[in-house]
Design a protein around this ligand. Sequence first.
Ligand code: MLT
Length: 349
Amino acid sequence: MGKTRTLRLVWGLVAVFLAVALASGSAALAQGKITIRFAHADPADPYVAQKHAQALTFKALVESESGGRITVEVYPAGQLGGEREYLEAINLGTVEMGVASGAMAGFFPEAMVFDIPYLFSSEAVAWKVLDGPMGEKISALLAEKTNMINLGYGEVGFRHFTNNERPIHTPADMRGLNIRVQETPIYVRLVQSLGASPTPIPWPEVYSALDQGVVDGQENPVSTIDYAKLYEVQRYLTLDGHTFGVDFTVINKRFFNSLSPEDQELLRRAAYTSARVNRGIKALNEALALSKLQQEMEVYAPAPEELAQFRELAQAPVIEWLSTQIDPALIDEVLQAVAEAEASFASGQ
Ligand code: MLT
């Protein structure tokens, strides 16, 4: 066989090999083999961390309902970075999905509308607002303004101050304290308006920042303070419930839009259920954590007149600032939605 014929034969075989490889690749594509990387920064324990409970439920539902055609890889505990880092990746499309709260504001300032201090009077009112037209409006705006789609709201819960210096009964006790906040400008304003100094620190670094005295205090729901063992490095807890943290379940828009309508529906259904698992785990842990923390920390529940001082100092200035960051009509709408949700519980409708 001449050299040219041999070369032709080799190239022919390579071409056949490539054609088979491409064909099997497109067969895999046709069968819709899909991998979703799902990130969060909470511990890999579904019984204490609502984001992990949500991620595992989503994974189980998606994998079983798709017959294993769609794989969900869960990356907990900040394996793909803190909230800001994995949100950046989801917005870029290098990670498909995740659940995040405070850091959302860095990508979508309108998320802060739910962080208005002393906005929600109860968890039930917050859930009604999130599940109603206001929640839908914020999701629609997110899809319009970013490369992310919100597939469901979970909750982080009512947030409270802890510190190592002194009991906080009124805002006057906060003066001079250095408080860790989420990487969210509204929390910076909130803490400033109460007379303390805010320091944004990513969640995975909070325990050691408190342990090393980089900051005097922080703010989080009781179940978060419990599972993160912040009571080991914080002495005083003040139950002021200044904000109700909301978890957004976000997926990259381009990725989601590339899926078939059937797969989009499957993901939406799985996200709907798993976001409710998130809320259920959080609500349960919130209910159970306080009695435990009372053994570990000095806990203070401000009297109504003391709470009024917190609200008076924080709410109006934060709303004024927020009106310069987002469409002020959204603030009126959330206040209206809260009033309607409260009225619906009061009237039993
Ligand atoms: C934070 O303070 O960064 C968050 O509340 C932590 C969390 O999402 O559990």
